[in-house]
Design a protein. Structure first.
Length: 559
């Protein structure tokens, strides 16, 4: 049996189990998305990590929406996130939670800090607080309101809760150390005033907790044992622990925060605020645009949950940030689809071929393997006749060295059919090739036991009269190059040719594809019937991945 992989997070969990840190050696993880956008490939890694760790140790997994910032949140995102996670195979059962459900408790915990002299109400505005925090080399400056009495702080916080304080007029801050080397410990804000109806609870709240306070409290309320976060939260771990250490309910078996590197893909846009800008500006076709690295976009493009899970497993868990070649993700998609997708003939850039010695008005229905590597898929019939289409790139009037496809005088195999030889080339008045005149050898029919001469080139084809026109979307990465981008220059970095819509000619069976069906277009790549635009009998295809990639998996070394 293959040994299970390990990493520093697994080692930490196993160490906790060894020392019985948590009752019954339990493992309880959570995935805490903020409902302010759709999930992307980085969230797939994080959610699968948390879910699979809980499964590995027969533990518990929570899905919790961190809806502490109602200005940017929407129930639309809640619905989309649940759909994406379900598609990935993640199950949470009854363990669905919302931070907003804990607001009453969070306020009581904030009052506990005030009562212990560990929190105070500050009248300074946001800009002044920021300026007085100091720098990495200089300590911050104490607020003039830092030494208010406990009773005054409690009264002022009660006014904030009751809606008696205007937005921005006051905040509640933790009283820690304005000279702490870690700037997150310099009296961080716990609550700010916002007079808003919460989109999930429907209640009007006048104060909302900051994430650094809400995060550990939510984890502790739910009994989380291991709170897995990306590396940007490493500097926030001291404040995470500080809150738990100073709240009486959480001094026993507090959650443990562990950080890991987030997923970065080269030449890819990852980050909800960037994706949202593209959506809001109409640059893309919604959050599920197939060019996006959102989970819904990858699903619409045709990626499979199995391929994403395999990819996330392969890249592993690291302590330092790095960038992954997107070709690696494509490799796992291709590897998953090769034994799942039927292989059908579709010509993307048609060039007409007339087989001059084939009888006119005759149609021959050939038996073609649907996927020769999967006999269970069986065969299907494909019409062959005098006039066919081949890929324009499969003809070269003056061939380069080692070019084995069609050129004047050369013979090739038509996949599943006959050998043909190019005899003549027809051009228009501008010198463009419009048609090839070829002859076929009736003795060379595939499957007939022909053992004569061999040819080096095999090309795909489609009947001209029985072929069906289909809309195909050829996709490239949205970014022109791999240079850095920000919100100000993002739109300048977008490749206007990242989507190319063409009309291809397909063999009749392709029209049987239903929404979400994957097909290998022979010699061109894998394509998916777009769930958004496909209709019965009229599929619209998105390019998933090409058949080949420049990325190669590392060679396995022998022990």
């Amino acid at each position: 049996m293959e040994q299970e992989k390990s990493n520093f997070i697994i080692n930490a969990i196993q160490d906790d189990i060894k020392h019985h840190v948590y009752t019954n050696d339990r493992v309880h993880t959570r995935f805490p998305p903020e409902p302010n956008g759709f999930l992307h490939i980085g969230h797939a890694k994080a959610s699968l990590l948390n879910y699979n760790l809980a499964k590995r140790y027969d533990g518990t997994f929570n899905l919790r929406f961190d809806d502490t910032n109602p200005e940017k949140e929407d129930l639309l995102y809640v619905k989309a996130i649940k759909e994406d996670l379900t598609w990935l195979g993640i199950e949470w059962g009854d363990n669905l939670f919302f931070a907003s459900s804990y607001f009453d408790k969070m306020i009581e915990y904030a009052k506990e800090l005030i009562a212990k002299g560990l929190a105070y109400v500050d009248d300074q505005d946001q800009e002044t607080i920021r300026k007085n925090r100091g720098t990495l080399t200089e300590p911050g400056t104490d607020s003039p309101y830092r030494n208010r009495s406990i009773s005054e702080n409690m009264s002022l916080f009660s006014d904030m809760i009751a809606g008696k304080v205007p937005e921005g007029a006051k905040v509640l801050r933790a009283k820690i150390d304005m000279s702490a080397p870690n700037m997150n410990m310099r009296d961080p804000v716990i609550y700010r005033v916002r007079h808003m109806i919460h989109p999930n609870s429907g209640e009007e709240w006048f104060v909302y907790p900051m994430y650094d306070f809400a995060h550990p409290v939510e984890d502790a309320i739910e009994g989380i044992t291991h709170s897995l976060c990306t590396l940007e939260f490493e500097d926030h771990r001291p404040i995470y622990n500080w809150y738990l250490e100073h709240l009486d309910d959480f001094k026993s078996e507090p959650p443990r925060q562990i950080e890991f590197a987030k997923l970065n893909l080269s030449k890819a846009i990852i980050g909800k605020r960037y994706i949202k800008k593209l959506v809001d500006e109409g640059i893309v076709d919604g959050w599920d645009d197939p060019r996006l690295m959102t989970i819904s976009g990858l699903r619409r493009r045709g990626y499979t949950p199995e391929s994403i899970a395999d990819f996330c497993e392969a890249i592993g868990i690291a302590k330092s940030n790095s960038t992954v070649d997107p070709g690696m993700l494509e490799h796992f998609v291709r590897n998953d689809l090769k034994l799942k997708a039927p292989r059908l003939n579709v010509v993307l850039d048609p060039l007409k071929v007339t087989i001059t010695n084939y009888p006119e008005n005759e149609v021959e229905w050939l038996q073609i393997d649907t996927n020769q590597d999967v006999p269970e898929m069986g065969c299907h019939q494909m019409p062959f006749e005098r006039e066919i289409y081949v890929e324009r790139s499969d003809f070269m009037e003056v061939p380069v060295k080692k070019y084995f496809r069609l050129f004047p005088g050369n013979e090739v195999r038509l996949r599943g059919a006959y050998f043909i030889t190019c005899q003549d080339v027809i051009k228009d008045e501008n010198g463009n090739v419009t048609e090839l005149l070829c002859t076929y050898d009736p003795e060379t029919k595939s499957g007939s036991g022909f053992t004569g001469r061999k040819v080096k080139g095999t090309i795909h084809w489609v009947s001209a009269n029985y072929g069906k026109a289909v809309e195909v979307h050829l996709l490239k990465t949205l970014l022109k190059d791999d240079s850095r981008y920000d919100l100000d220059n993002l739109l300048d970095k977008i490749d206007s040719e990242s989507l190319k819509v063409i009309t291809a000619i397909a063999e009749p069976k392709v029209l049987d594809a239903l929404s979400g069906d994957k097909i290998q277009f022979i010699r061109n790549g894998y394509f998916n019937a777009d769930p958004k635009y496909s209709k019965p009998g009229k599929p619209v295809f998105n390019e998933i991945v090409p058949l080949k990639s420049s990325w190669k998996p590392p060679k396995q070394t022998k022990n």
